[in-house]
Structures are given as C-alpha cells and as structure tokens.
Design a protein around this ligand. Sequence first.
Ligand SMILES: [Zn+2]
Length: 173
Amino acid sequence: MTQRKRVGRTVVLDTGAVLAGIDLAGDSRYFITPLAFAELINPNARLKAEIAVEEGGLKIIAPDEGSIDKINKKTASLGESEALSSADVETLALALQLRSEDETLILATDDYAVQNTAHALNIKFRPITERGIKKQLTWTYICTGCRQEYVKHTSICESCGNMVRRRVKRPPR
Ligand SMILES: [Zn+2]
C-alpha cells in the first residue's frame, strides 16, 4: 500500500476522540500516545486506528519526560491531577511537545479535564461530540465501568472496582 503524504493540520487524539468516530482518513496528521492507543479496546475503534497507523495517517508517539513534567506541574496547580489518567497526561504532554513544531496543532478531546488543562496551556482543542468547555463547571464523579454516579470524589468504584472519573455536570436545559 502506498502512503499518501498528508499536508493538513497536526492533530493529537485521545482515546475518546477515536471512540467518538473522528475521521482518520482525512488530510490531517494524527498522533496518539502509546497509553491512549492501549486504551482502545473497542474492536471497531481499534481496527480503525490500526488501519490508520498502517496507512501512515496516525502515528503512535510517546512524549518526552520534560513535557510530562510540565503537564504534571500544570495540572497540580490547576487542581486537575486527580481528574486526569496517565493516558490523559501523556496526551497533553504530546500536544505540548508537538506544538513547538506546529503552532496550529489541535488537541481532539471530549474530556473536560483535558480541555481545561489544554486551555490553561494555550493548546487549541476541539471537542468531537461534546459541546466544549463551559465557563462555570460543576463536577460529578462517574464510574468508567458501571456508570454509577458519585457526589464526592472517589477513585475506585464501590460497586464494580473500576476507575471513577470526574465529569462536568450538564446544566439543566
Ligand atoms: Zn462501577
């Protein structure tokens, strides 16, 4: 298979962006970290990503330690540390690192905590399915396994043992 040279934007993806069905066949140059790629256990999303890797449109790159360090410091000062997984930190670090080569870089993510951190670092982000970050954020805690909701921060779900992630509570319409 011949590899077409892509001339479009640099786009860093998180797992959610691939799951949300971002078009990997476009002209952008897509990047994902090893941890985010490893989280792609949904067979369809995984296959789509593997094909994109094979065709050269998606590259799996681990960020350097210096960039990870910068993200950890930033998230600590923002109070976002507990809302971010190591895959999220890696994704943000890769975006920060690649932005030094391409200022127009876009971080494609639906995760509010990732968006919040990107915003603080002046990294452009684009949501795939959500409506983007809101000014006033109220938080809820939802199990990544059984979707049980918690009022207070909990790291492990009492019902199923999966990781609990912080999410923005939607304002009533
Ligand atoms: Zn659970």
